[in-house]
Write a protein that binds this ligand. Structure first.
Ligand code: NAD
Length: 420
């Protein structure tokens, strides 16, 4: 599935292709090919049995030319510097594409969050944020949830940061992370935002292609935040989830899963394993399931040449970051399977994170309707811009999205120059 690619090289390749379309001064292209700051911290945590374990954490700050660094925090056993660098760069493109006043960053800690207790998880989170110290901040670098992290982790992160900035600045520190629980300064609509944004993109695509969503079939890889919310929201439009996979295996149900019940099951048990209403299938059988839409919502490099050949769908909407390898992309294009690329498809999360950050700065609480209306307008508007660009330039949507993002970044560099 990996096709031998390093994730960071893949993301650089997307930038290089976009740079063939957009007129980019060489120095801007060179700057954007590397992150501005790479932070690695090794920090000790006292585990429940009394011994100290050393953890490795990363925070990569790719670009802040358009605003404070912004990007998620991942807890996963395969997290690496290369992975976090790639994810940080993707955030720069995503925020630029969406017209948000943010740059791009990403963080991660290399460990399996399922193998530690709740108390250990809290201490790991707090020790990491303490170790990051002044390298993050509401006007400087703003983390958010990603794979293996959630609202609770963000609440601990905010609390740790608040307690290090001094009493006078405490209340101004709420915007240091987004994706918080609502009572701790979060916004309504954030937890489902990435799935919701994905569904707006899918609806745009369906409307443009006279594709009736009602009665269609969906397969989803990854049933965490992004995968499960997407399935639930598409279920409300009459799309039935017939295949699902995660780190524990794959399930098939030709009658369609109850998306809500499966979501509740995964929240309680941590995976789809043991869910009673489905037949176990292999990974290859999952990819070869007869369906209409595939949403990868797990990790990067999941759809290589083999998986792209197996797929029997008309649309791939990338919930995950970097799920398709270049070879996989080529096969999908050759087979006429349309791809809504990650930096557009999953941008609903950072867009609503921006709304949360604005509310924190202004001490406001928006109604869910306001969040939802703004998100729908933002997603549809950007989708339309990307489609127009891809029609005009005769390029695919991925290249169109990268090119639009690059245009805005280039303009900022041209206007501002390089200091001093
Ligand atoms: P999550 O932790 O809630 O869920 C991750 C899912 O991936 C789980 O179902 C897990 O079982 C599955 N998974 C993990 N390893 C796997 C493997 N080796 N094979 C198959 N499945 C595996 O994470 P999430 O927040 O839903 O993020 C999923 C993807 O969406 C990631 O690529 C993330 O970067 C991207 N994303 C998330 C957000 C967000 O708001 N949470 C926003 C934009 C993009």
């Amino acid at each position: 599935m990996n096709d031998g690619n390093d994730f960071f090289d893949v993301v650089q390749g997307h930038l290089d292709r976009a740079a063939e379309i957009v007129r980019v001064p060489e120095h801007v292209h060179t700057i954007l090919r590397q992150p501005k700051i790479e932070i690695i911290v090794n920090f000790p945590v006292k585990m429940d049995d009394g011994h100290y374990r050393l953890f490795k954490g990363y925070r990569i700050q790719h670009s802040n030319i358009l605003g404070p660094y912004k990007g998620g925090l991942r807890f996963h056993e395969v997290t690496s510097l290369d992975e976090v660098k790639a994810l940080a760069a993707l955030m720069t493109w995503k925020c630029s594409l969406m017209g948000l006043p943010f740059g791009g960053a990403k963080g991660g800690i290399k460990f399996n969050p399922r193998e530690v207790s709740r108390g250990e998880l809290e201490r790991i989170t707090r020790r990491f944020f303490h170790a990051l110290g002044g390298n993050i901040g509401p006007d400087y670098d703003i983390p958010a949830p990603d794979v293996g992290t959630n609202e609770q982790v963000m609440a601990w992160a905010m609390d740790t940061y608040m307690n290090t900035v001094g009493t006078v600045h405490r209340q101004n520190a709420m915007g240091v992370v987004t994706g918080k629980p609502i009572t701790s300064g979060g916004t309504p609509g954030r937890s489902k935002a990435t799935g919701q944004g994905l569904v707006h993109c899918i609806r745009e695509w369906a409307e443009r292609n006279d594709f009736e969503l009602q009665g269609k079939k969906l397969i989803v890889q990854g049933y965490g935040n992004v995968g499960s919310h997407t399935a639930v929201l598409l279920g409300e439009l009459g799309v039935s989830l017939v295949g699902v996979g995660d780190h524990s295996g794959h399930l098939y149900n030709p009658e369609g899963f109850n998306e809500h019940r499966l979501q509740a099951f995964v929240r309680e048990h941590g995976s789809i394993s043991g869910y009673p209403n489905g037949v176990k299938i292999t990974r290859d059988e999952f990819f070869a399931t007869e369906a209409d839409i595939f949403v990868p919502a797990a990790l990067e490099n999941q759809v290589g040449e083999k998986e792209a050949t197996l797929l029997k769908v008309r649309l791939v909407a990338e919930g995950a970051n970097g799920p398709t390898t270049p070879a996989g992309d080529q096969v999908l294009e050759n087979r006429g399977i349309f791809v809504i690329p990650d930096i557009l498809a999953n941008a609903g999360g950072v867009t609503v994170s921006y709304y949360e950050w604005v509310q924190n700065r202004r001490s406001e609480k928006w109604h869910i309707d306001e969040v939802e209306d703004r998100l729908e307008r933002a997603m549809r508007h950007t989708y339309q811009k990307a489609t127009d660009f891809s029609d005009k330039q005769q390029c695919n949507m991925r290249t169109a999205c990268y090119a639009l993002a690059l245009e805005r970044l280039t303009q900022a560099y041209i206007e501002r120059g390089i200091f001093p």
